[in-house]
Ligand binder design. Structure first.
Ligand code: SF4
Length: 378
């Protein structure tokens, strides 16, 4: 039986490059984008046996490709990886309207979920982030998505943007809610080494939010989105009932996934791997029939358990003690007793008969908690 799980496909071209971004991405050039699609096709043909339960087209900016190209890619993926009819297929979209002409074709291809990279509804913040769409573009993209039949739309927002205040962040949340999406993701801005933002933060550290200011903004999002009926089901993700991301849930459940494309990560047969992030290296290797250079690591023993615990703790359900214990052959509470004792003392975790999960305070310090499980010297 082939492994089953989430299929991720990386489409790395963007209409422009944002100064905070550390993803594997390149400015769009038609000839390069065509060659990349041919490389992806070659990788699809050479891919290991795998049954896709979900597909996620991420980037980059997938909608730099023509809608017809996206539809053909999805058809090829469905055929090759045996996706069930009606299964979740997500596409990430830049709400720049010139790139948002394809909703009807996406729907016809079986794409069920659109994720719009909104980031902010405040024009000055969009400018700071180097984004070229306007808040009204987002409203129009949403209207087009709805009229094409998308009933599952997610909006991405960023907090801790330089210049952002509690008021402007609240305004973005209100504007997002006014568009009635099914799902909202909120990400704290991170300064990634080597980006223009990293240089900016070196020059002007005070332009960037400190931990307390960032926590305040995160708290505002949690309270407002909960009040609006969104379930805070994962550290960065909020959904109306029935609209959690099924694809991302597979990651948090430590399920198998296959990643295709430059820099894409996979977890197959207990091995985590990542393709090279150099575009030329990927394209050349894929067109030659593979293998794609990159890194691979077999997760075993405590590293495997720690990784699974870290992923599960991101979710509102946390670690479900019985099923986790059966899957990894451990008694979670005794296996992690010292870490649990420390985290309980700090009121970052709560333990019930069934599960261990983050407290509200723990969600603000999730990296600390997850890091403690990963580095626990078992
Ligand atoms: S943030 Fe998105 S649109 Fe901007 S460069 Fe990165 S991948 Fe491209």
């Amino acid at each position: 039986m082939p492994e089953a799980g989430g299929l991720y496909v990386h489409l790395p071209f963007c209409p422009y490059i944002c100064p905070y971004c550390d993803f594997a991405k390149w400015p769009h050039r038609r000839s390069l984008a065509e060659r990349y699609l041919a490389a992806l096709e070659a990788e699809i043909a050479a891919a290991p046996p795998f049954t896709a339960q979900t597909i996620f087209l991420g980037g980059g900016t997938p909608n730099t490709y023509a809608p017809e190209q996206i539809a053909a890619l999805v058809a090829r993926l469905r055929e090759r990886f045996g996706l069930a009819d009606g299964a979740e297929i997500t596409i990430e979209l830049n709400p720049d309207l010139a790139l948002c002409e394809g909703f009807d074709l996406y729907r016809a291809a079986g794409i069920t979920r659109a994720s719009l990279g909104v980031q902010s509804f405040v024009p000055s913040e969009l400018e700071t982030l180097g984004r070229r769409h306007s808040p009204s573009d987002v409203a129009e993209a949403m209207r087009r998505a709805r009229s094409a039949g998308f009933d599952n739309v997610s909006l991405d927002l960023i907090f801790a943007v330089p210049g952002q205040t509690a008021e402007s962040w609240s305004a973005s949340l209100e504007a997002a809610l006014a568009l009635e999406p099914e799902h909202i993701s909120t990400y704290g801005l991170t300064i990634e080494a080597g980006t223009p933002y990293a240089a900016w933060s070196e020059r002007e550290p005070h332009a960037f939010a400190d931990e307390d200011a960032e926590a305040e903004l995160y708290g505002i999002a949690i309270d407002r989105l909960n009040a609006a009926g969104f379930e805070h089901y994962e550290i960065s993700n909020f959904a109306r009932p029935g609209f959690r991301s099924i694809h991302n849930a597979l990651y948090w459940a430590n399920a198998a996934y296959l990643g295709l494309g430059v820099g894409a990560a996979s977890y197959l047969g207990g091995v985590r791997s990542m393709h090279a992030r150099e575009l030329n290296v990927y394209v050349t290797a894929a067109l030659a029939g593979g293998p794609i250079p990159g890194e691979a690591e077999r997760l075993e023993g405590p590293a495997r358990v720690g990784e699974a615990a870290m992923l599960a703790l991101r979710t509102v359900e946390g670690v479900e003690l019985t099923s986790f214990g059966e899957r990894y052959g451990i008694d979670f509470l005794s296996y992690y007793e010292p870490v649990l004792r420390e985290m309980l003392g700090l009121e970052l975790l709560e333990v019930t008969l069934q599960r261990v999960r983050l407290t509200r305070r723990g969600r603000f310090l999730a990296n600390t908690v997850c890091g403690a499980f990963l580095s626990s010297d078992r």
